[in-house]
Design a protein around this ligand. Structure first.
Ligand code: SAM
Length: 285
């Protein structure tokens, strides 16, 4: 821009698997800048080669973000236009770039989005869950106790919940979901989107652990996990753990005592437990 001698910082989305998912504009912008900042130069090179983008690359990753961002900002202030890409999808969405964008905004550098693939949006759009309101929580905490407390704080959320998860933690994560969320709540696991082994598993919280345990492929690849929002109906359902406690107590005492004790132990509503106890007692009589 004539009245702005500073360069432009382009945030360019790249594919989340299928290399054809890059936009014409992304290619044009990457061909037009003087430098491309990326997480891992070895990772980005095949994509750039495929689209004949022959530009210098510089690394910007979680371990050098602050220092690398300051250097990139100098270049922008001297009038060079740069692009930021990440290993996959939209930069800054659980990827590096925030310090650079914050600095650029503070210093009045124009930041331009070049939108494209983003795993959470792709997963939400095909999930079959309501899309008008959602909450993206990124990666869940690594420890099970922290995960459970986070999930407990979200159980009554009226937004569709979206998480990222890696292959080696997905089973543990869904076990915690099954512990905390009502059994009937719908859950969607979007795996390897846009890739050869793309799989969308749609089931209930009651089924999800066994569905993953019984499918060896469901513990490989990249995952987006989505949980149905709470509605008045789903708020009236019990978790697997609450039902387990109720069943144990029903083996020892009356419907009334079992539901009253289960309410004290699990914190679930007594009326709900009482109705469930009546149904369970009915089935076994
Ligand atoms: N910036 C990316 C985006 O726009 O989606 C996300 C980067 S984050 C470091 C990587 C995580 O995104 C993975 O662990 C996985 O949870 C999710 N993800 C990325 N690509 C995916 C794909 N093809 N299928 C499913 N999940 C994916």
């Amino acid at each position: 821009m004539a009245d702005n001698p500073k360069g432009i910082l382009y945030l360019v989305a790249t594919p989340i698997g299928n290399l054809a998912d890059v936009t014409f504009r992304a290619v044009e912008v990457l061909q037009g800048v003087s430098l491309i900042a990326c997480e891992d130069t070895r990772h980005s090179r095949p994509l750039l080669e495929r689209y004949n983008i022959d530009k210098p690359l510089t690394a910007l990753h979680e371990h050098n973000e602050e220092a690398a961002s300051a250097k990139l900002l100098e270049k922008l202030e001297q009038g060079e236009s740069l692009a930021l890409i990440s290993d996959a999808g939209t930069p800054l969405i659980n990827d590096p770039g925030f310090p650079l964008v914050r600095l650029a905004v503070e210093r009045g550098v124009r930041v331009v989005p070049v939108p494209g693939a983003c795993a959470l949006v792709a997963a939400l759009s095909v999930s079959g869950l309501p899309t008008s309101q959602f909450a993206f929580l990124g990666f869940p905490p690594r420890s099970s106790s922290a995960r459970r407390s986070l999930l407990e704080s979200l159980v009554d959320e009226s937004n569709t919940l979206i998480f990222y998860e890696s292959s080696h933690r997905v089973l543990e994560f869904v076990k915690d979901i099954a512990f905390v969320f009502p059994v009937q709540r719908r859950i969607v696991i979007a795996r390897e989107l846009t890739k050869l082994h793309e799989t969308i598993l749609r089931c209930t919280v009651a089924e999800v652990v066994s569905r993953i345990e019984n499918d060896p492929f469901m513990e490989k690849g990249e995952f987006v996990v989505l949980i149905e929002a709470a509605t008045r109906k789903t708020k009236d359902e019990l978790t697997e753990e609450q039902l387990r406690v109720l069943k144990l107590l029903l083996g020892e005492c009356s419907v009334k005592t079992a539901s009253s004790l289960a309410a004290k132990v699990t914190g679930a509503r007594k009326e709900l437990l009482y109705q469930a106890a009546l149904r369970l007692a009915d089935k076994t009589s």
